[in-house]
Design a binder for this molecule. Structure first.
Ligand code: AMP
Ligand code: ZN
Length: 471
């Protein structure tokens, strides 16, 4: 598989550190509010990458952090601490806020068929790990104490700007209005590893450390959580493009200073989902969440389909018109799949049908072409059963509910075409069965179920009565 690597700015053949195994790390959400659908674009594309690696046979271990403390990087940080702001807004403690929005995040993921990573680790559970690594950095001379805080000294590295695309002048503190300068820093790019003193001193959560009571900076958490679960060599690190600088740049700086060798080989960055008016935001304009889309009648999977129609390295504009177009295309696609007749598939033929999908994905995860490959399978000269099996196979990666949604359409079609006489007969038998059950005549009730089965009718008793479908 070829993957674009932000480190080299080139598509490279993906070769993991250990044959057959892939270690993968994903920057998780800051759990102070719901995720917006832009955040979720990143997680959808990362999910597709993980599943494709599994699809081609790798044994993948994926780790994600939850930022429930320490979103600050220095005293020059803009505005309030996000977690504290969330807690104040909702009159809850920081940990209550973190739990609520962590659960909400995974609920959104479930609706979007995003698999939960193998390890999900909240930052508050790893304080000991942070302290250990910060101590190591101080001992090796990569960190210094100033004004009560511990800073990483970026001047100690030959190549701090690992992604090569930032100019020193662009990084001056205070270039953005309202951002204060942190006077303690020796170099503009230095960042805080551990705070004991800050203008954000109303932090709820603080811990003892060799440098006094305080809390970690943001960047250290990802390096430590990754190394804790995946060791000193990481194959793929994922995240949205906004995190390349400074977050990922700082992760590389501190991790490599600590382990003394190259840490992560491939950096996978997802470009942003924007609105017509620019950057997606949780505070300005419409706050676009999965629940909002559902309340407007959209199946979350339509949003996943919308994301897969574009390549992850292109920014994407969200409008309801674009989403409607995706919905129309998705519904048509499912209707076509619903016309296929299930049966026994031929393994070799299925492999052949999946080839186009594999080629698209091997080329830097081109999901847009992978969607085209779905249509190619439908058009192919092959048996319906083989097409269905191929679609099922690739849907492990695409996560579009291709077969289950088609089965629902098939059921609905069968019900709407049902002969009225047959319908009356089924309803009469169901009513008679209910009476038999009430009269405790279970033999007759079973007999009726048998009659219905013989007619090709499956029944299911629910708290609202008996449902049936034609099978
Ligand atoms: P956060 O919760 O702010 O830490 O962000 C979670 C993830 O969403 C990170 O990987 C961000 O890089 C990513 N992200 C933030 N905004 C967008 C956006 N508009 N489109 C795509 N990904 C985003
Ligand atoms: Zn991170």
């Amino acid at each position: 598989m070829k993957l674009y690597n932000s480190l080299s700015h080139e598509k490279e053949e993906f070769v993991p550190h250990e044959p057959g195994k892939v270690s993968m790390y994903t920057c998780g959400p800051t759990v102070y509010h719901f995720a917006h659908i832009g955040n979720l674009r990143s997680y959808i594309m990362e999910d597709v990458l993980e599943k494709y690696l599994r699809y081609v046979g790798y044994d993948v271990k994926r780790v994600m952090n939850i930022t429930d403390v320490g979103h600050l990087t220095s005293d020059a940080d803009e505005g309030e601490d996000k977690m504290l702001k969330g807690a104040k807004r909702e009159n809850k403690t920081v940990l209550e806020i973190a739990k609520f929005y962590t659960d909400a995040f995974f609920e959104d993921c479930r609706k979007l068929n995003i698999k939960r990573p193998d390890v999900v680790e909240p930052a508050t559970k790893c304080i000991g790990e942070f302290i250990k690594v910060i101590k190591g950095l101080l001992e090796k001379g990569y960190a210094y104490e100033a004004g009560g805080n511990i800073y990483f000294d970026t001047s100690k590295l030959d190549n701090y700007y690992a992604f090569h695309n930032f100019e020193e002048e662009d990084l001056q503190d205070g270039v953005r209005e309202g951002v204060e300068k942190d006077e303690n820093k020796k170099n503009k790019a230095d960042f805080v590893l551990w705070f004991t003193k800050s203008k954000f001193d109303d932090q709820e959560l603080k811990w003892n450390s060799p440098w006094g009571v305080g809390y970690p900076g943001w960047h250290i958490e990802c390096s430590c959580i990754s190394m804790k679960h995946l060791g000193e060599y990481l194959d793929i690190h994922c995240g949205g493009i906004d995190n390349a600088f400074p977050h990922h740049t700082n992760e590389i700086a501190q991790s490599e200073a600590y382990v003394g060798h190259k840490w992560c080989n491939y950096w996978f960055h997802v470009l942003h989902l924007n609105t017509n008016s620019g950057k997606m935001s949780k505070s300005k304009g419409e706050f676009l969440t999965v629940s909002l889309l559902e309340s407007k009648g959209y199946d979350p999977i339509v949003y996943r389909f919308f994301c897969l129609q574009s390549h992850y390295r292109k920014s994407l504009v969200f409008t309801y018109e674009n989403l409607d177009n995706a919905k129309i295309a998705y519904d048509k696609l499912i209707a076509r799949i619903a016309q296929l007749t299930p049966g026994e598939a031929n393994e070799a033929k299925v492999e052949e049908l999946c080839r186009g999908f594999g080629e698209a994905m091997d080329n830097d995860m081109n999901t847009s072409l992978a969607v085209t490959a779905i249509y190619d399978i439908l058009k192919a000269d092959a048996a319906d059963a083989d097409k269905l099996a191929a679609l099922d196979k690739i849907d492990y990666v695409m996560g579009l509910n291709l077969l289950s949604a088609a089965a629902k359409v098939r059921e609905a079609n069968a019900m709407s075409n049902i002969d009225p006489e047959l319908l009356a007969k089924i309803e009469a038998l169901i009513a008679e069965r209910l009476e038999a059950k009430k009269a405790k005549d279970y033999a007759r009730a079973d007999e009726i179920r048998g009659e219905l089965t013989a007619m090709g009718v499956a029944i299911k008793d629910t708290k609202d009565g008996t449902e049936f479908k034609l099978v």
